[in-house]
Design a protein. Structure first.
Length: 265
């Protein structure tokens, strides 16, 4: 019996230590690498902890399904966890957690920024280049033992704006009016699509802090005589940009306004 207990002890000791929140277990496995079955859904937050020992910090991986030419934001906030942010406050070794967009091997693709200037809320924002599954990782700091009370919340948003109609055909012309609701410049691109979903043109966009940009779409040669829809992918937080399209009818002086909408959160 003692021999059997010793063997079991050795086997258990050889298993890597993992965090003990509910996401670590289940018939499909844990969330410690790109094989995770845990996926973030826009608008649905998840609560995790970073329980783990100093020699093997807890890794929490998240799958993010993205669409080409649309923009995304993953934001984390810690009730008891402090995150390291480039350019932010210097963290004591092993004291801060990290958030990053990574590839399937764990190589870092993008580090976070402080959301709205708040260093305790890191955010990763990007525009997808293709329809794909991407990964975000949260890691506990090495050098410290983290417990079940070291908790944080993470949430995904699709930040893209969508416009169901622009029209430069016949006698109408369309002007886009885009407002920046934040205190920093927001950049991105306006993509114009025809009714069949073919990309007609992509126009760079930069809206200054608290500013306004107007774009006369009829001045773009690729959109002359065209109609369809538009979308804006950008590097701002969810809700950073708002706007509308005004279709002008010179012969009557009428205007027809269509508001941009955001993806459901």
């Amino acid at each position: 019996m003692r021999h059997a207990l010793a063997v079991c002890t050795l086997v258990l000791a050889a298993v890597p230590v993992r965090g003990n929140d509910k996401w670590e277990f289940g018939i499909a496995g844990g969330d410690d690498d790109s094989n995770t079955v845990n996926a973030l859904a826009p608008g649905r937050s998840q609560a995790h902890d970073l329980e783990g020992v100093s020699t093997t910090p807890d890794d929490d991986w998240f799958r993010v399904r993205v669409r080409a030419r649309q923009s995304y934001e993953v934001r984390a906030s810690g009730s008891t966890v402090v995150f390291a942010i480039p350019g932010g406050a210097i963290c004591q070794a092993g004291f801060c957690a990290s958030l990053a967009r990574v590839d399937e091997t764990g190589a870092i693709l993008q580090l976070p920024v402080a959301s709205e200037g708040e260093s305790r809320i890191p955010a990763v924002r990007w525009t997808a280049s293709a329809n794909a599954t991407e990964f975000v990782r949260v890691r506990g700091g090495g050098g410290s033992t983290w417990g079940p009370n070291d908790e944080y919340t993470i949430e995904l948003s699709n930040t893209t704006l969508f416009l169901p109609r622009f029209n430069n055909a016949a006698t109408q012309t369309t002007v886009l009016i885009v407002q920046n609701t934040t205190a920093t410049t927001v950049t991105g691109a306006v993509d114009f699509w025809n009714a069949a979903g073919t990309l007609l043109h992509s126009e760079p966009l930069s809206v200054p802090a608290h500013g306004l940009t107007a774009l006369a779409t009829s001045s773009l040669s690729a959109l002359a005589g065209q109609s369809g829809s538009a979308s804006i992918a950008h590097n701002g937080p969810y809700g950073a940009l708002v706007g509308k399209a005004a279709a002008l009818e010179p012969s009557t002086g009428f205007t027809f306004d269509t508001a941009f909408t955001t993806a459901q959160r």
